[in-house]
Structure formats: structure tokens, C-alpha cells
Design a protein around this ligand. Structure first.
Ligand code: FMN
Length: 340
């Protein structure tokens, strides 16, 4: 075993067999927030394909926290029970099941009324949200904890809190979407208050031997918006709350932002947060080649690699990458004849 990509990563008591994580990706295939056979096959295939961690797509902690009418939710027992088969299968493939707990806030696209930090629409294609009352903001942390409780019962090992891509937590963080005048708006400390309340409440609830991840957008790519300096301060606070891992994405809060995307374009954000904060980070975004992933890790720019679209095209990317890097991966016995 010589590569970094295929070296195990221990986070609390959980050991990931390699540093390849499947990024959360909405499938718009749920019914009433309940996972379907599609989710089992989709997530199961990537677990069979060799990813060390599988992160289930953005899952609304309440029904109105979904992104669309066809997104997953986790607020009732039927939704919990549908995940049990999925977590069981992922574990049977020697992979680890994780779920991204989310709330869309003003970026909901379903048939419900929206709410958010302020009564400002994301763009002219979105409904204008109602600004939450202060007491309603305080109540949000409990919704995340309720969902986390169901996630634990469903067999998930890791939860990831979605604080990125312009969804509710990010809406509170960014001065371009939060115009509140109570203790949840204004100063950076106030804008961070809700995300930190949620992180603390989840960390208090989630078993001490299991990890909590947070996905952030490290910048709004817009002057006067959320940026890397504020992200570093947020990540220090998240680390103090006991958050284990920052999954570093960008963008999503400003409809007209220009994002200079290119291979590995978000890696410098993961690197900076890893070095400045001293916390585990994941790099994501246009990482498609085994050598590219290996170099990011061996240059100490991140601790793990998250793969999105390339895994949609190539579920067996991890096993193929292992061969490319000179490893001798374990293959399921059913598929050995395809390889050896
Ligand atoms: C179909 C699709 C759905 C996505 N859904 C989510 C999601 O539920 N939560 C999230 O944080 N990011 C989501 N993303 C972003 C991915 O997790 C990832 O960060 C992004 O695609 C960049 O990585 P890539 O270049 O490897 O695809 C989605 C991306 C795609 C393509």
C-alpha cells in the first residue's frame, strides 16, 4: 500500500478503507421524501464500486426543507425505515453510509411557502420567502437533531450538515442573503449563530465515537459576500464545537456569480482551511483522475477526495483508480472474474 488515496482514514472510531467519498447528489426520485429502489441501486452501486464513504444526497430535516417535491426528507418513521436497507447494503460492501442533513430555506423549489433569514428571493425565478421570527430560528436546531436521531436509527455512521450552496445555513452566514437586525444578523458573530447552534446541538446528540461533517461554501464568489476569511473563522468555531471534517465547496448563494471552474478549482480553499484551522478537509469539484486525486492528498492539500459527476459516469472509478495507482484492490467475489 503506497498511495495516499487508498490509505485508510480514521475519524473518531470510524475507519474509512480509503479516502474516496461519494459527494451528495440529489436524484429527484423520492416519493413523499421516502427513498426508493432507485436510491438503493444508485448508492449501492457506488459502494460496490469501492468508495470508502457514501454520502446520501441533501435530505430535508423537514418536508419544507427539501429542495424539490421529489427530494428526500427525514422527519418521520417511513422515511427512516426506507433508509435501513440502504445503510445495510452500503455496510455489506465494506463502505460507510453518511447522510447530508439539509434545509433549503429560500431556495426551495417545491409547492410550499418559503422562509429564510430575510424576505428576499434568491432570484426572480424563486418565490419570495417569509423572514423567520427570532423564536423560529432558535427552533431550527431541534429539527436537525430530530432528523439526526432518525438517521442514527436508520444505520447511518456519519452525518454531514449542509451549510453550503445557498441553502438555509449559508443564507444566514452570508451578508448577501441575511439582512436581519436581531441576534441572527449583522455581525459575523450573529450571522454564524444559527449554523453554530445547529452544529453544537448535533454534536451533543450524535454518538461521541461517530463523526459529524459540515459542507461549506468557502466563498460566494461575489464582492461583499461570504468569503474565505470568514470561512476560516467559521471553521475554527466548528472545530471548537467538535465538528470533525469540513467538506469544502463554493458558491450557490448568488444567482449571478461568475464561478471560475476548472479541474480542482476548489482545492485551494480546502488546503487553506486545512492549514489555517488544523481540521480534516475534503476537496471536491472537477476531480476526475486517479493521479490528480493522489497528488492533492500527497501534497497535503486535503485529507479526502469527494467525487460527484465522475461517479455518476463511472461507479467503479475507485476500483479502477486503485489499479492505476498500482494497488491490488479487494474485489467482491461475484466480480473477481472481471478482473483476475
Ligand atoms: C446531480 C447533482 C446533484 C447534486 N446534489 C447535491 C446535494 O444534494 N448536496 C450537495 O451538497 N451538493 C450537491 N451537488 C454538488 C456535488 O456534491 C459536487 O460538489 C459537485 O458536483 C462538484 O463535484 P464534481 O465536479 O465531482 O461533480 C450535486 C451535483 C450534481 C451533479
Amino acid at each position: 500500500m503506497t498511495s495516499r488515496l487508498f490509505s485508510p482514514l480514521q475519524i473518531r472510531k470510524t475507519i474509512l478503507k480509503n479516502r474516496i467519498m461519494m459527494a451528495p447528489m440529489c436524484q429527484y426520485s423520492a416519493h413523499n421524501g421516502v427513498a426508493q429502489d432507485w436510491h438503493l441501486v444508485h448508492l449501492g452501486a457506488r459502494a460496490s464500486g469501492g468508495a470508502g464513504l457514501i454520502i446520501v444526497e441533501a435530505t430535508g430535516v423537514v418536508m419544507e426543507g427539501r429542495i424539490s417535491n421529489h427530494c428526500l426528507a427525514l422527519e418521520n418513521q417511513a422515511q427512516r425505515d426506507a433508509f435501513k436497507k440502504i445503510t445495510h447494503f452500503i455496510k455489506s460492501q465494506n463502505s460507510i453510509p453518511a447522510i447530508q442533513l439539509a434545509h433549503s430555506g429560500r431556495k426551495g423549489e417545491g409547492d410550499w411557502d418559503l422562509y429564510g433569514p430575510s424576505a428576499v428571493a434568491f432570484s426572480d425565478k424563486y418565490k419570495t420567502p417569509r423572514a423567520l421570527e427570532t423564536h423560529e430560528v432558535y427552533a431550527l436546531a431541534d429539527k436537525f437533531v430530530h432528523s439526526a436521531k432518525l438517521a442514527l436509527e436508520a444505520g447511518f455512521e456519519i452525518i454531514e450538515v449542509h451549510m453550503a450552496h445557498g441553502y438555509l445555513m449559508h443564507q444566514f452566514l452570508s451578508p448577501l442573503s441575511n439582512f436581519r437586525t436581531d441576534e441572527f444578523g449583522g455581525s459575523l458573530e450573529n450571522r454564524m449563530r444559527l449554523p453554530l447552534l445547529v452544529a453544537k446541538a448535533l454534536r451533543d446528540f450524535w454518538p461521541q465515537d461517530k463523526a459529524v461533517f459540515v459542507r461549506i461554501s468557502a466563498t460566494d464568489w461575489t464582492d461583499g459576500g461570504w468569503d474565505l476569511d470568514q470561512s476560516i473563522i467559521l471553521c475554527r468555531e466548528l472545530k471548537n464545537c467538535g465538528i470533525d471534517f469540513i467538506d469544502v465547496s463554493t458558491g450557490g448563494n448568488v444567482a449571478k456569480a461568475t464561478i471560475p471552474s476548472s479541474p480542482g478549482y476548489q482545492v485551494p480553499f480546502a488546503e487553506k482551511i486545512k492549514n489555517e484551522v488544523g481540521i480534516l478537509t475534503g476537496a471536491v469539484g472537477q476531480i476526475t483522475e486517479a493521479e490528480q486525486a493522489e497528488k492533492i492528498l500527497s501534497d497535503d492539500k486535503a485529507d479526502a477526495i469527494l467525487l460527484g459527476r465522475v461517479l455518476l459516469r463511472e461507479p467503479y472509478w475507485p476500483i479502477n483508480a486503485a489499479f492505476t495507482l498500482g494497488e491490488k484492490p479487494d474485489i467482491q467475489k461475484q466480480y473477481e472474474r472481471g478482473y483476475y
